[in-house]
Design a protein around this ligand. Sequence first.
Ligand SMILES: Cc1cc2nc3c(=O)[nH]c(=O)nc-3n(C[C@H](O)[C@H](O)[C@H](O)COP(=O)(O)OP(=O)(O)OC[C@H]3O[C@@H](n4cnc5c(N)ncnc54)[C@H](O)[C@@H]3O)c2cc1C
Ligand SMILES: *[C@@H]1O[C@H](CO)[C@@H](O)[C@H](O)[C@H]1NC(C)=O
Ligand SMILES: *[C@@H]1O[C@H](CO)[C@@H](O)[C@H](O)[C@H]1NC(C)=O
Ligand SMILES: *[C@@H]1O[C@H](CO)[C@@H](O)[C@H](O)[C@H]1NC(C)=O
Ligand SMILES: *[C@@H]1O[C@H](CO)[C@@H](O)[C@H](O)[C@H]1NC(C)=O
Ligand SMILES: *[C@@H]1O[C@H](CO)[C@@H](O)[C@H](O)[C@H]1NC(C)=O
Ligand SMILES: *[C@@H]1O[C@H](CO)[C@@H](O)[C@H](O)[C@H]1NC(C)=O
Ligand SMILES: *[C@@H]1O[C@H](CO)[C@@H](O)[C@H](O)[C@H]1NC(C)=O
Ligand SMILES: CC(=O)N[C@H]1CO[C@H](CO)[C@@H](O)[C@@H]1O
Length: 635
Amino acid sequence: MGSSSLLVFLLAARAAMAINFPYESIQLQHSEIGNNSDIFFGNGTNPQKPSCKSFPGFEGWPSAERWSAFNASLGGALIKGIPPAAACYNGEFKDKARCTVAKSVANNALFAKEDPLVPFNPWQLHNPCPVPAANLTLPLSQCKIASYPAYVVAASTVRDVQLAVNFARNNHIRLTIKNTGHDFVGRGTGGGALQVWVHPFKAFEYLPSVKIAKYEGQAARVGAALEQHEVYANMGKANITLLAPGSSTVGAYGGFMQGGGFSYVTSKYGLMADQVLALEIVTADGKFVHADPETNADLFWAIRGGGPSNFGIVTSAIVKAYSPTTIARSNFSFQTGPVFGNSSTTVQVADNTTFWKGVDIYFSHNLRIQNAKGIMSNYISTAASSTFQPRRSFTLTSEITKPGVSISEMKALLAPLIKDLSDAGVPLANPEPRFWQTYAAFGTLPGGPNGGAGAGRFGSRLFPRSNFEDPESEEFRATMNGIRSFVEDGGYSFHSVDFTPTYETAGYPGSNSAVNPALRNAAMHATGFDTLSYGPEATDEQWKTSHARHDSFIQKWRDASPGSGAYMNEVDVEEPNFKDSLYGRNYDRLLKIKRERDPWGLFYAVMAVGSDEWFVEGTNGLPTQQGRLCRVDSA
Ligand SMILES: Cc1cc2nc3c(=O)[nH]c(=O)nc-3n(C[C@H](O)[C@H](O)[C@H](O)COP(=O)(O)OP(=O)(O)OC[C@H]3O[C@@H](n4cnc5c(N)ncnc54)[C@H](O)[C@@H]3O)c2cc1C
Ligand SMILES: *[C@@H]1O[C@H](CO)[C@@H](O)[C@H](O)[C@H]1NC(C)=O
Ligand SMILES: *[C@@H]1O[C@H](CO)[C@@H](O)[C@H](O)[C@H]1NC(C)=O
Ligand SMILES: *[C@@H]1O[C@H](CO)[C@@H](O)[C@H](O)[C@H]1NC(C)=O
Ligand SMILES: *[C@@H]1O[C@H](CO)[C@@H](O)[C@H](O)[C@H]1NC(C)=O
Ligand SMILES: *[C@@H]1O[C@H](CO)[C@@H](O)[C@H](O)[C@H]1NC(C)=O
Ligand SMILES: *[C@@H]1O[C@H](CO)[C@@H](O)[C@H](O)[C@H]1NC(C)=O
Ligand SMILES: *[C@@H]1O[C@H](CO)[C@@H](O)[C@H](O)[C@H]1NC(C)=O
Ligand SMILES: CC(=O)N[C@H]1CO[C@H](CO)[C@@H](O)[C@@H]1O
């Protein structure tokens, strides 16, 4: 085919099959499968259900020859799952130069997202191969390579994804999907898995007008792997607004979208899941399908908010686009400790009673700010000091952000809050807002967060709007007491992002999706950080003790918000009653779709729909993913 006839062919294929990008037109053909049973498509007839997934070293694991043949069918895109730090250990992977590189990138927030294998949080695999801290050469046995995915398919076409899905399903191998690796709970990694790395799916195209089901308007085709900073760059070029995550390297259309996905503009435009008009997906049977409100409507409903890595592998989407919008942000803080420097936006308050009164007043404005389509984001922290009075200090740091606003309107929005604070002994002046002419420009904010994920853990809770309606109510008091106790008695740091993705804000087709109903009713997504580093130095006992103490404080938040839940993308991996908490009334419908679409149990992720049918072997009661995945009913 000449290049022009190839183009005509691709465009025709795209129109006929709703393909968004050229990498999706390269698909696995029946004719190339022949009698190779490793890569047959699935057909759902009597799926075999062995009691455990295959695992390296166990019977049934494919031979080196079959892996090699699989690699050949992929055109060489198969990578063995050797972590970078293996080069620092005595044994077959030892390599001084590579070890030096591994050491130099160990604390780089951008490293993990470019690596095909490792997740950001090594605790999810029980810290299997730490970069040795000192000038030590350790035995390779201390770098537990079997704890990582065994192989990675560096997918660059839909065909690669289909081959990986078929090979994993036909051989009962655990399948994991890595986009940026930011996942906080370990949904994208697992020992002995075949990992699909979707990182190369970066394409973008602006569509001035589309008609998809009942939606008519502007939109964009987006590759599944675009990161926040890439979404900003693309929307800037196209002179539009698209929803984007809060941190620069978080993927916009992977786990973020599939778990909900909130942004600084969510009170106005809804969640990321609400933006989606159509999806291209490789399903568990290996087929490549299109989903929108009218085609494969079950998948379309489930994937938008019903949990990543569980219903299919998304290769691209079409999302809503909006006209450019202005955006403004006002920040301020108040604290019990002394203020150094000449900050005009930070003040000291007289004592801790005044501080907590200020916190109450701050949150009593939550619904007012959100009803105006603004978002509050804040941290409350405590620190001990040996030098200054008071010996123990408390700090609240706040950012209030709102799209579609001028500087003077932003100051007017803040004015009643600043006045109430001042009247209560928090003598703040109305802060001068920062202002951006477009949301795209906001994204290029220099020094914006790069977003590593560290070795920490946290818990979270969605506090409903009703808890903020009346500052005199028991619900409001219980909410404030829960936060105060977490910081004051627990000694932990509190963070909340306060937004409202109501059904009304979600609009069409967003309001009809699997997004956790608790998110629709929420006015505060509260997170509380554990103080333990879950790094290689922590013992299993320390994990358990630290988590139990931390959870006893998060429980006060749950008690203060009965019937609500938690946001699945930022939650404790040991969230109690995860079905109710993360899915609410959608759980049963999602489970039905899961069973129909994936009778093999190919897709699995911790706390995903149907995940309670599985357990990870050999974790000593820790919520980690390094072991063999087995069926509960066969244990
Ligand atoms: C620094 C930081 C900032 C964050 N900020 C925000 C924020 O502002 N708002 C918010 O809502 N959340 C935020 N999060 C949470 C974020 O939503 C989750 O970490 C999310 O899982 C990231 O998705 P990812 O695709 O980038 O990461 P990955 O870890 O690569 O993937 C996450 C999950 O999605 C699955 N997955 C990825 N791609 C696909 C695909 N194409 N098809 C099917 N499954 C797929 C993976 O298997 C895994 O289960 C933040 C996280 C971090 C670390
Ligand atoms: C697959 O088919 C080829 C011919 O197309 C044949 O040579 C080979 O033996 C077959 N293999 C199996 C396992 O049936
Ligand atoms: C379904 O797949 C199995 C192997 O997984 C195969 O033996 C069977 O012939 C297939 N059936 C159909 C109708 O394709
Ligand atoms: C797959 O093939 C490529 C190229 O032929 C090779 O570089 C790579 O090492 C192979 N992968 C594995 C796991 O053997
Ligand atoms: C590391 O150890 C090796 C020998 O084991 C030694 O030659 C080298 O100088 C050491 N480097 C540092 C920085 O201590
Ligand atoms: C961007 O779009 C807005 C309205 O949608 C328009 O007013 C403006 O002129 C456009 N800017 C550029 C540079 O095209
Ligand atoms: C603070 O302000 C004073 C006087 O207004 C000035 O002398 C000093 O340099 C300023 N300090 C800083 C850190 O800006
Ligand atoms: C709060 O202030 C009171 C009185 O100033 C003091 O007795 C108390 O110890 C303080 N509490 C904390 C947690 O610092
Ligand atoms: C409290 C706080 O975060 N203040 C910051 C607000 O933003 C300005 C820049 O616009 C910073 O200089 C302040 O430190």
